[in-house]
Design a protein around this ligand. Structure first.
Ligand code: ZN
Length: 451
């Protein structure tokens, strides 16, 4: 493949390869038929096997044989995180929504719990080795990764699903895995130089942090063998300024990966880098108005709702993701007809906060921070209580100790102007010492709300 001189995407698309081209390029009417069939089977399966779903469907008076068209899917009630939590509290440890007995499980994970009590998931052998594998094959081919690649996984073994599924699937497909768990970030950089991986994965925050560590060690990551950086767990690959930064620092292409512990792995960015594709052969995706629950159309921003079409242990039906997205059904430059999320996950419905009458996502603020080269990648947002009369406050760090006071002042002024222009609010900006803001290896928690 052609290495980019400075790693920035100039629209020169890498070679397109597909895992299941017959499904990935299927005309939409055929695809919808295919999905309806799977959805009906899945409804019948969960009605038979999952006590929670049987109860839910009976209460709502909707039975699997009522689903004749995709329009009928709207009659099925949503599944929420709170329901899963309550079910697990009442019937520990896995709740009563599973479709298999706990003895059939071979892997368990739990959510990070950043938005409350963690939810546990259980995966059967088929889900781990067949369904997860298939999901990640769509990702792997989508990114243009082949078994000739070597992947470095800078991630510790734990309860958090993130890169374990990806690693297991890629090794099953023949990609050589270099384990990067249980190491300091410095050792990880040394191992990248020594083992010469072509692929690295991580959260955008941690991938950028590794960039800082490498800089301190006088290592130029753009000169290493890494050609692809997969990021997930937070928006980033779809925030233009963050993507540009990752691609420049690493001299590599940066692709988005989306999934969640509860519903598994459903979205990948292809080499065209124009939004994140949904694996529509394995998931039914809808977008709704989070307030009314009504379905929205393409181009409209709303909450993502997903149903597992291929899952044995804990399929979820009309699962409310809490993520805000925008659908695009136009055929992609890569040739896939699988719908795309324009801008990937735009934000978390529950991360979004209101200030001065506007909805603000931390991902938008991140984009502004990363446009200012005098600021480091770290930031913190203080969102005051509504009506308190206080200003929104953003804390940032200088990117280098050698910047003068004048340079910092100019950067702060420029930042405030961008903010005001794009969001309509002027924040207070506090510049703290380098290294004072918290660093995160996993999901970053950047918004502090006044209680
Ligand atoms: Zn595409």
């Amino acid at each position: 493949m052609a290495r980019l001189s400075n790693g920035v995407n100039r629209g020169n698309m890498e070679k397109v390869i597909m895992y299941k081209p017959e499904l990935e390029t299927m005309p939409r009417d055929k695809l919808l038929e295919y999905q309806l069939n799977l959805f009906r089977n899945q409804m019948a399966y969960v009605y038979e096997k999952s006590p929670m779903y049987r109860r839910k469907f009976d209460q709502a008076g909707v039975r699997p044989d009522h689903i004749k068209t995709l329009e009928d899917v709207k009659r099925v009630s949503f599944t929420t995180k709170e329901e899963l939590r309550q079910s697990q509290e009442k019937y520990p440890p896995f709740g009563d929504f599973l479709c298999v007995s706990p003895e059939e499980g071979i892997r368990t994970f739990q959510t990070t719990g950043t938005t409350g009590i963690p939810v546990r998931s259980l995966l059967s052998k088929k889900d781990w080795f067949v369904n997860y594998y298939e999901q990640f094959m769509y990702f792997m081919y989508g990114y243009g990764i082949t078994k000739a690649d070597i992947m470095f996984v800078p991630f510790n073994y734990g309860f958090y699903l993130a890169w374990w599924g990806l690693q297991a699937a890629f090794e099953q497909a023949g990609v050589l895995i270099v384990p990067g768990g249980g190491q300091s970030s410095e050792d990880r950089i040394k191992n990248i130089l020594e083992w010469k991986p072509t692929v690295v994965c991580g959260t955008p925050t941690y991938i950028l942090f590794l960039g800082e560590v490498a800089k301190k060690m006088d290592v130029d990551l753009s000169k290493t063998t890494v050609r692809i950086v997969i990021t997930g767990g937070e928006p980033g690959a779809q925030i233009p300024s963050t993507k540009k930064q990752i691609e420049t620092i690493w001299g590599a292409k940066n692709y988005d990966d989306i999934g969640s512990t509860e519903i598994s792995n459903f979205g990948f960015e292809c080499v065209a880098q124009k939004g994140t594709h949904m694996i529509e052969s394995m998931f039914l995706a809808e977008v709704i108005d989070p307030k009314t629950g009504k379905n929205l159309g393409p181009g409209e921003e709303g909450e993502l709702v997903l149903s597992n079409l291929c899952c044995e242990s804990m399929p979820l039906i009309r699962w409310r993701m809490g993520d805000v997205v925008k659908f695009n059904y136009e055929k992609c430059d890569c040739g896939r007809t699988f719908l795309r999320l324009d801008g990937g996950i735009i934000g978390r419905a529950d991360d979004m906060f209101q200030f001065g009458g506007v909805n603000i996502f931390p991902s938008a603020i991140e984009n502004f921070v990363r446009e200012i080269k005098e600021f480091s990648n770290e930031y913190q947002v203080f969102a005051p209580k509504m009506g308190s009369g206080k200003h929104l406050k953003i804390r940032v760090e200088p990117s280098s100790p050698s910047l003068s006071k004048e340079e910092i002042d100019r950067a702060v002024k420029a930042f405030k102007e961008i903010f005001k222009f794009r969001i309509g609010v002027t924040p207070d900006v506090e510049v703290v010492k380098i290294g004072e803001l918290p660093r995160f290896e996993g999901k970053a928690k950047r918004v502090i709300r006044e209680a």
